[in-house]
Design a protein. Structure first.
Length: 487
């Protein structure tokens, strides 16, 4: 295959996978025209706004991210409390309900990220420019403010409109390495006086929030994330990414902010879309997994007991812990969007150990977050809810279906990329660990490069967690198949 064609091959696989799963890989011409007609970033909105442009806001995202949804800033208060503010890009100011851009977003409901190509939910003129919180640009935002105690309790919160300015565009890898004492402060952070202290405060608050959720039964998973490295249009390698302190920082701030938004809407008498993982679908099977590892879980689903079990396994066998994490995640069942009417008992999120959870912090790339933003803005401006409960119910169903489809597309193209990288290594042997053993077949994972595939043939007695020596016997790039035989 010509060098030029590798990215193109993955693009073709991704386009086909999108269409097969009911997703539109192309933004319609009327939506592109709507985005092109905008003269610049929106500067006015109906709800009151505060001028917060002088604060030391920063974004922390992937190295190559251009669709910046949120900024954060923190300030120490007396008695060890910290005020945290999360600014979320005001996408609604540029994307009206029912407009061509909105209709496309409502169809796909999410951006889809594959190794060869990204399918953005919004036209790039919006998501990477006019509605992105780009560095050194004034932007409208919705700010979620919370006061956090030293032990991670949210003592007070507020939501309001603002104008903000991103002082430093930072990346997970550099910030994570610096927080862990494994690298220097990045030039982008070092250029802003006080940004180092800013990051330390945010990290401290995030760890306190994380610790408290863990006590309440938040599940500490660790899955293997892979990075596809291109050299031009040639896929150079697939490598695993380590857990990252900066990713944990942002994740914890976003979970807290999403909880504040859910409670704000409830307090205002507004409905909301909630993201929930209900009680596990296959708790009995999770118990069997634990028994196989010499541990026990109670008869009824219990997130605190499961969190403690996961923590014990991570300490006992860190190498196989990502595989256990993946198995438990699958057995918990997929998340779904549900409508929470005003005043109703909110549905909980089993995996996060929170009762209030509404996706609201990524409106450039997730449609439920844009819906949440419109509800918040209507409440702030004194307008009635822009959606009926029936409309929200239809949106929730569509978002659940399409997010599931998007996940399958991403997984399929990642497998094709892995097959592409190792096709020249057919015949080589690798150390592997068994990740699945059922009537569907036996599946194994190789650590380096981080690939998973099927162990061909019959293997009685082989079970999850067993270590084997395997030989790569074949690949099918278009279908994303990687086949091994026992060596």
């Amino acid at each position: 295959m010509a060098d030029q064609s590798q990215r193109g091959h993955l693009r073709a696989i991704a386009f086909q996978a999108m269409r097969e799963r009911g997703l539109d890989p192309e933004i319609p011409s009327d939506a592109l025209a709507q985005a092109a007609a905008l003269k610049g970033a929106p500067t006015t909105t109906e709800e009151p706004t505060r001028d917060l442009r002088t604060l030391l806001w920063c974004s922390i995202d992937n190295d190559d991210s251009r669709d910046l949804d949120q900024l954060s800033v923190a300030a120490a208060l007396p008695a060890g409390d910290v005020k945290v503010m999360v600014a979320v890009a005001d996408v609604d100011a540029a994307v009206g309900k029912g407009s061509p851009v909105d209709r496309h977003a409502a169809l796909n409901t999410t951006s889809v990220y594959t190794p060869g190509v990204i399918f953005p939910m919004l036209p790039e003129r919006l998501s990477t420019d006019l509605t992105s919180l780009n560095d050194h640009q004034d932007r409208l935002a919705i700010v979620v403010e919370l006061v956090v105690s030293p032990d991670g309790q949210v003592k007070a919160s507020d939501v309001y409109g603002a104008v903000v300015n991103n002082k430093a565009k930072l990346a997970y890898n550099a910030v994570g390495a610096w927080l862990a004492g494994e690298g220097p402060l990045s030039p982008a952070a070092a250029a802003v006086p006080g940004m180092d202290e800013q990051l330390r405060i945010q990290d401290r608050v995030a760890q306190a929030l994380d610790h408290l959720r863990a006590e309440h039964g938040a599940l500490g998973f660790e899955t293997i994330e892979v990075e596809n490295v291109f050299d031009g249009d040639t896929l150079h390698e697939v490598r695993s990414q380590k857990p990252n302190r900066a990713k944990s920082l942002i994740a914890n701030l976003m979970i807290a902010a999403n909880g504040v938004v859910a409670r704000f809407l409830d307090r205002k008498g507004f409905p909301s879309l909630r993201r929930v993982v209900k009680s596990p679908e296959r708790w009995d099977r999770i118990r069997v997994l634990a028994e196989g590892l010499g541990d026990t879980l109670p008869a009824d689903a219990d997130s605190i007991a499961l969190a403690a079990f996961l923590d014990r396994r991570k300490q006992a066998d860190p190498e196989t812990f990502p595989d256990l994490s993946t198995s438990v995640i699958r057995l918990l069942g997929r998340g779904e969007y549900v409508v929470d009417p005003p005043g109703a008992e909110p549905p909980g999120h089993f995996g996060l150990a929170v009762r209030d959870y509404s996706h609201s912090t990524a409106p450039n790339r997730r449609f439920p977050d844009l819906i949440a933003q419109r509800l918040v803005k209507a409440a702030l401006a004194g307008h009635p809810a822009p959606y009926s409960l029936g409309e929200l119910d239809q949106i929730a169903t569509q978002c659940t279906k399409q997010e599931d489809a998007a996940n399958k597309v991403e997984r399929q193209v990642r497998k094709s990329a892995a097959a592409m990288v190792v096709q020249s290594r057919i015949g080589e042997t690798f150390d592997a660990i068994v990740t699945g053993a059922s009537n569907k077949g036996t599946f194994v994972r190789v650590m380096s490069p981080p690939i998973e595939g099927k162990l061909m043939g019959s293997h009685p007695g082989v079970d999850v967690g067993d270590r084997l020596r395997v030989r790569l016997s074949g690949v099918n790039i278009d279908r994303g198949f990687i086949d091994f035989q026992q060596a």
